[in-house]
Write a protein that binds this ligand. Structure first.
Ligand code: NAD
Length: 479
């Protein structure tokens, strides 16, 4: 059985205490590899390697640093299929999705930040005669990047790319549930000639390896994407050593549909925004609010479409949805379906675990549509993070805004209307870091990405991400 290794100081090495954890293929429900159960001493080694590599990497001319990173992006493109297969195997997502979205986005992340540093000018502020001010942006040193399982290489690279590009050395921990593409990525770092110690990957559990990164006094910043509960723990821990933190957390996103929308476009995109990646994207629209005049029409058309939305083996080209990431997560999501019933919800479609022929032990579930719930019941307030959506009719703009803004979350919202004035007013009033009007998950890497309320702290994307990984220093000179 394949044993994944840590990547520390340019080498693939075993965890110091020699302990491993089983890694599952969720589409078969079988263990297929093992990952290091790294501890504080492994993190210590990685931080030390980062500190030693930092002076040379941070002083390397930007275009050389950029070239190494572009080579890394090229290697991801060259290994697209192998990486996509690993992602599908590890996460359960359809191979077609990994080929089309996850892996191309991983190389785009690296290419974007590798080239952004070439355009990043420092500021100068001229004062009265004889004085001038300028601002330097220093890399921080060793930084920690901790990422989740839902978009493994996509979100891993979204963090490590700006960190490396701005001259930092990285200690990264991918999710213990989906370690495989980060492991393959370490091999690509060696091939691309990333200097040893610049990028370090420590595999293991959040409570051990993750906590050791967050607690380490020499780690200067933590960029974290994951659940809100974990974000709270990390925020508190990081404050003890005054680390900078960027926290990208959970969501319970509203999808607001007005009667005047382009119905066909809305229907197709809503299917996607509800169930892509088995609903395991922090940006999925899990609460669908429909204006009353088209409620019944929407319900009928949506369910009709779902009948052909195939759940199946991730490697089967016709599968629109694959397996849930783990047995525990599947059980959690099914638990929410049960809760919805107890709260008075009516299951319009799905709601059950699925058995797929040839993959009987896999963690599959039907896409699920529920109606008849109050907007402030638990099913409509808590993040489910699965293929479960609720339908709620509304009559006025004020009413739907109250529903949409009622949760503790504020990550992303979608609005469907052909009325530009209404689109603008609703967008303005939504408590959300991102609003998509007549589209969903259209991303420009230059734009700010992140949430408000319990969905996070800070923004990633574009020059903001480079700023996060640097410390400005103002220099004032009298001539
Ligand atoms: P999680 O919080 O359980 O784990 C995320 C990462 O944190 C993993 O690598 C884990 O090992 C690590 N971790 C756990 N406990 C830790 C600790 N005490 N100290 C340090 N590290 C620790 O999240 P998950 O289940 O992997 O991912 C799903 C969650 O991520 C959902 O809530 C989803 O909304 C959120 N998410 C948010 C965004 C966003 O951009 N806002 C994107 C994707 C996913």
């Amino acid at each position: 059985m394949l044993k994944i290794q840590n990547y520390i100081n340019g080498e693939l090495i075993a965890p110091l205490e020699g302990n491993y954890i089983d890694n599952y293929n969720p589409s078969k429900g079988e263990v297929y590899s093992q990952i290091p159960n790294s501890q504080t001493n492994d993190v210590e080694l990685a931080v030390k390697a980062g500190q030693e590599a930092f002076p040379a990497w941070s002083k390397m001319p930007k275009n050389e640093r950029s070239k190494i990173m572009v080579r890394l992006a090229d290697l991801i493109d060259e290994n697209l299929e192998e990486l996509a297969r690993a992602e599908a195997m590890d996460n359960g997502k359809p191979l077609s999705l990994a080929m089309r979205v996850d892996i191309p986005r991983a190389s785009a992340n690296i290419r974007f930040f590798a080239t952004a540093i070439l355009h990043n000018a420092s500021q100068s502020h001229h004062m009265e005669e004889g004085f001038t001010n300028y601002t330097l942006n220093h890399p921080l040193g060793v930084v920690g990047c901790i990422s989740p399982w839902n978009l493994p290489l996509y979100l891993f690279t979204w963090k490590i790319a700006p960190a490396m590009a701005s001259g930092n050395c990285v200690v990264a921990k991918p999710s213990e549930v989906t370690p495989m593409t980060a492991y393959l990525f370490s091999k690509l770092c060696i091939e691309a000639g990333v200097p040893k110690g610049v990028m370090n990957i420590v595999h293991g559990l959040g409570a051990h390896a993750g906590d050791a990164i967050v607690s380490h006094p020499k780690v200067k910043a933590i960029s974290f994407t994951g659940g809100t509960a974990t974000g709270k723990i990390i925020g508190r821990k990081a404050a003890e050593t005054f680390k900078k933190t960027s926290l990208e957390l959970g969501g319970k996103n509203p999808n607001i549909i007005f009667a005047d929308c382009d119905f066909e476009a809305m229907l197709n995109t809503t299917l996607h925004s509800s169930f892509a990646n088995q609903g395991q994207i922090c940006l999925c629209g899990s609460r669908i609010f429909i204006e009353k005049p088209i409620y019944e029409k929407f319900k009928t058309a949506f369910i009709e479409k779902l009948k052909t939305h195939k759940v199946g083996d991730p490697f089967d080209k016709s599968s629109k949805m694959g397996a849930m990431v783990s047995k525990e997560h599947l059980e959690k999501v099914l638990g929410y379906v049960q809760l919805a019933k107890e709260e008075g919800g009516k299951i319009l479609f799905g709601g059950n675990k699925l058995t797929i022929e040839g993959s009987e032990n896999g963690y599959y579930m039907e896409p699920t549509v529920i109606e008849g719930l109050d907007f402030n019941c638990r099913t409509n307030q808590e993040e489910i993070f699965g293929p479960v959506v609720t339908l709620t009719p509304f009559e006025t703009d004020e009413e739907v805004l109250e529903y949409a803004n009622s949760t503790q979350y504020g990550l992303a919202a979608t609005v469907w209307t052909e009325n530009l004035t209404r689109a603008q007013r609703i967008s303005q009033e939504l408590e959300s870091g991102i609003v998509w009007v007549n589209c969903w998950l259209v991303r420009d890497l230059r734009t700010p990405f992140g949430g408000v309320k319990s969905s996070g702290l800070g923004r990633e994307g574009g020059f903001r991400a480079l700023e996060f990984f640097t410390e400005p220093k103002n220099v004032c000179i009298k001539y």
